[in-house]
Design a protein around this ligand. Structure first.
Ligand code: NDP
Ligand code: F7E
Length: 322
């Protein structure tokens, strides 16, 4: 039996990974899924993580717990973003090692790449330039996560892997009006405007930045795909000091195009205006996903279908984490 600890199982990505693993279990695969809520185990607490790992000694760890938020949250709470993420990664990765965990997958983010970098962004663009200031502290923590995994692999022979997701969305997302990412924020804003018959919806920034969106079920599938690649295949496609793998859909849209898609999905027929007093952030961050495609994985869920499904999920929730 394989014992898998999924850190962050109540989050959007961790939840999707658990759903996928549970379906495999229901189909007869022998898996022991270990989870703890944030209240049960604070991953920033070194002693608590040590005690948990020693008691459970999982075979595999999936690190999907993190301090996560959109452009405004990153820019407003930079200390929380760098401190909590560095602590979570250090504790989970180091204590996995001390408990003898051989296989681990951690999730980073596309914001690890320099803000002015050739598009689409290849894995080897890491550490070649200056980061986007609105999320630099978070990005530094995510880069540290990659380097932690690589360092344990080089010094101790572990098999700790990293995936770098593009902007994600889907059921289980955070729909907070200020602290969430753009896609859930706009679903909520356009929904409320459609319900109240408002004439105008304002989106942050110029509407010109481009973003690539990936449905969380695709992300969960990609995460397990990378985790389960044979070691020789993973190593043949990566390098010891450049070991992360991009995950994305391969196409991007402007924020204004996204707003029109969401307006259509929610039935909003009014005007869309922009607020240039709000930050645009990086103007483009499209992932180069050829490394993952070469190994056999590509995204399946279109943005239009994903938005419709997420909107249906949003409407089904009484309390959408706001
Ligand atoms: N969402 C996105 O667009 C993107 C996400 N990612 C990465 O994917 C991963 C998953 O993100 P996502 O699912 O969206 O995030 P969520 O915020 O939905 O989930 C994160 C989970 O981590 C838990 N958590 C946070 N801090 C702690 C802590 N100190 N101790 C224990 N648990 C904790 C949260 O619990 P609680 O809510 O109780 O605090 C929550 O369940 C993260 O590494 C993120 O950086 C990367 C790129 C884009
Ligand atoms: C996943 C990723 O997420 C963050 O980076 P980001 O891509 O800039 O994230 P975002 O989704 O918040 O914004 C995307 C764009 O959309 C515009 N925008 C319009 N209207 C709203 C709006 O209402 N809310 C938000 N949040 N953005 C809006 C916004 O101005 C920006 O131009 C980082 O935390 C980073 O660390 C990270 O990893």
């Amino acid at each position: 039996m394989t014992k898998i600890y999924i850190a962050g199982h109540r989050g959007m990505v961790g939840g999707a990974i658990v759903r996928r693993l549970q379906a495999r279990k229901d189909a007869g695969e022998v898996l022991d899924l270990v989870t703890r809520t944030h209240a049960e185990l604070d991953l920033t607490n070194q002693q608590a993580v040590h005690d948990f790992m020693q008691a459970e000694r999982p075979d595999v760890v999936i690190l999907a717990a993190a301090k996560v938020g959109g452009i405004h949250a990153n820019n407003t709470y930079p200390a929380d973003f760098i401190y909590e993420n560095l602590m979570i990664e250090s504790n989970v990765i180091h204590q996995s090692f001390t408990a003898g965990v051989e296989r681990l997958l951690q999730l980073g983010s596309s914001c690890i790449y320099p803000r002015a970098v050739d598009q689409p962004m290849r894995e080897d663009a890491l550490l070649t330039g200056v980061l986007e200031p609105t999320n630099e502290p978070y990005a530094i923590a995510k880069i540290a996560g990659i380097k932690l995994c690589e360092s344990y692999n080089r010094q101790h022979g572990t098999d700790y892997r990293s995936v770098m997701p593009t902007n994600l969305y889907g059921p289980g997302d955070n729909f907070h009006p200020e602290n969430s990412h753009v896609l859930p924020a706009l679903i909520r804003r356009f929904h409320e405007a459609a319900q109240t018959g408002a004439e105008v919806v304002t989106i942050w920034g110029s509407g010109k930045p481009m973003r690539e969106f990936l449905h969380v079920d695709d992300m969960a599938a990609a995460s397990l795909f990378v985790l389960e690649l044979p070691k020789d295949v993973y190593e043949a496609n990566t390098q010891p000091m450049l070991s992360h793998i991009n995950v994305g859909s391969g196409t991007d849209v402007t924020i204004l195009e996204l707003a029109h898609l969401i307006a259509k999905a929610t039935g909003f027929t009014g005007r869309i205006s922009t607020d240039t007093g709000r930050a645009d952030g990086t103007m483009r961050k499209l992932m180069d996903v050829r490394r993952l495609a070469r190994m056999g994985w590509t995204a399946k869920i279109s943005l239009e279908a994903g938005i419709m499904e997420t909107y249906e999920w949003f409407k089904s929730q009484k309390d959408f984490r706001a």
